[in-house]
Design a protein. Structure first.
Length: 169
């Protein structure tokens, strides 16, 4: 069976739930592992790599925004120095890796949600690693900074996972 890896960063748990739902969608056709970026391997050889995490300050989380989440929202973050961006900076992908990116973001204000932030950077980093993007990035919405996800987003993430599986099979 084809192999897939879903790597996520999540401060409050919403992007983790999306990562797990995407994996559910892939399961019919792929052996799937879901891992936090802090625990992900630095050499990856899979048929499909999916990465995702929250928008922080109009981009991917970084040390200063993780510290901001701790100070401003009482988040518990064991290691503010390492997350998805840092993993993508260090990982090596097998030649021919196919990939897709997602992010989680606020569902308001309307102008903000239309802008491409974290997932744009994720896609740029994936391309820099030589990966081929198999689909446009997908965005999943939370009702507030600490979540929860908007109703139906996990189901939508599973469907997106199924559609990714269809694109690479
Ligand atoms: C420090 C910080 C900065 C944020 N900046 C943005 C932002 O620029 N745009 C946005 O849509 N949401 C922003 N948010 C909301 C996050 O996207 C939200 O917390 C995240 O999607 C929830 O995912 P998680 O539970 O996996 O951490 C921010 C949240 C924090 C804590």
């Amino acid at each position: 069976m084809a192999r897939a890896l879903v790597v996520y960063e999540s401060i409050f748990g919403d992007a983790r739930k999306i990562a797990e739902a995407v994996a559910e969608g892939l399961k019919g056709s792929h052996d799937v592992d879901v891992v936090a970026a802090s625990e992900a391997p630095h050499e990856v050889d899979v048929d499909l790599l999916v990465v995702g995490g929250p928008n922080h300050g109009f981009s991917m989380p970084r040390e200063s925004t993780r510290e901001g989440a701790v100070k401003q929202y009482g988040a518990v973050v064991e290691d503010t120095k390492h997350g998805l961006h840092e993993w993508l900076d260090a990982v090596r992908l097998a030649q021919g890796t196919r990939a897709a990116a997602f992010d989680t973001r606020s569902d308001h204000p309307k102008l903000l949600i239309k802008m491409d932030h974290a997932s744009k950077t994720e896609e740029k980093l994936l391309k820099g690693l030589g990966a081929t993007l198999v689909a446009d990035a997908e965005h999943f919405y939370v009702t507030d900074a600490k979540g929860p996800l908007v109703d139906g987003e996990e189901e939508r993430a599973s469907q997106w996972g199924r559609s990714l599986a269809g694109k690479v099979s």
